[in-house]
Design a protein around this ligand. Structure first.
Ligand code: 2YJ
Length: 273
């Protein structure tokens, strides 16, 4: 799993409005709308100003990424939440968030990035949320994916969840992975097709979700394609972007927004009921 770096998230805190506008142009929805639709909910039903979120910096492993917690907080504010970054890190930061009555905590180490609703016990993982968000974004860009052909590159955590969601939206999904057998196994589970000739399939697909760390050269992209990738660094080049009808990419925004929506809606609960 790629660790974000400071330059990958540089500028997020100051550009929330602009980023929301670019998203609206690419997929026809702002971040809040996309996040709630990704989990099958009506965005207008939720007034996010009722919720306070806290981003807690974590020093474990490779340590704090400058601007990470501030970017998470800015993304959440752009959706309508009240948000703050704790001044303390790690467990002391969690304590501070609880003391300051934060409703939803956001925190990440080098392996996992989670959100936790301390009122309901609901929690959310960034990889699953990212897959749901990108599937919804593709759906928006396509004006509905029913009967449309989508290529998912990469059968890891995000790719697997994306294939599950995209097939459930009625898309005809093809999937590929560099590890032999991985795409076949995933495809058979969800009624998708496994692809071996990746170059041909990239060129023949209009809707592409790159859920792998691999780079996709622009010469393979068809004119008018919708290219999307949650991965960092960005896996398409200038030629691919120039040919594309829409580009869906961000290092943090969509995944964070869907995590927040999942914690607000709180379908998943922990412990005894
Ligand atoms: O608090 C901080 O500033 C750091 N501990 C944040 C670390 C962020 N973590 C990553 O970038 C990892 N790759 C995990 C991301 C999970 C993506 N599904």
């Amino acid at each position: 799993m790629t660790r974000l770096t400071e330059d990958m998230i540089d500028g997020i805190p100051g550009t929330a409005w602009k980023r929301n506008e670019s998203l609206r142009q690419a997929v026809g929805m702002d971040l809040k709308t996309l996040a709630f639709r990704a989990i099958g909910e009506d965005p207008d039903y939720f007034d996010l100003s009722h919720y306070v979120t806290a981003s807690v910096p974590i020093t474990a492993g490779l340590g704090v990424i400058g601007g990470f917690s501030q970017s998470v907080s800015a993304i959440l504010e752009s959706m309508g939440f009240r948000s703050f970054v704790t001044s303390n890190t790690d467990i002391d930061g969690v304590y501070e968030a609880l003391e300051k009555e934060a409703d939803i905590l956001f925190t990440a180490d080098d392996v996992r990035y989670i959100a936790y609703n301390r009122r309901t016990g609901a929690y959310s993982d960034n990889s699953f949320a990212t897959a749901a968000g990108y599937a919804e974004a593709l759906d928006g860009a396509a004006g509905g994916l029913g009967g449309k052909e989508v290529l998912v590159v990469g059968a890891g955590l995000v790719g697997t969840e994306a294939v599950r969601i995209l097939t459930s939206k009625g898309a005809t999904v093809s999937v590929t992975d560099v590890i032999p057998g991985k795409a076949e196994k995933l495809a058979s589970e969800y009624g998708a097709s496994a692809i071996t000739s990746i170059e041909d399939s990239i060129s023949s697909h209009k809707y592409i979700l790159n859920a792998s760390p691999g780079f996709i050269p622009g010469r393979l992209i068809a004119k008018g394609a919708v290219i999307s990738s949650p991965g960092v660094p960005f896996s398409f080049d200038a030629e691919g972007v120039a040919k594309a009808q829409a580009v869906i990419h961000d290092p943090l925004d969509i995944g964070t927004a869907v995590m927040a929506a999942e914690c607000v809606v709180s379908r998943k609960k922990v412990g005894r009921t």
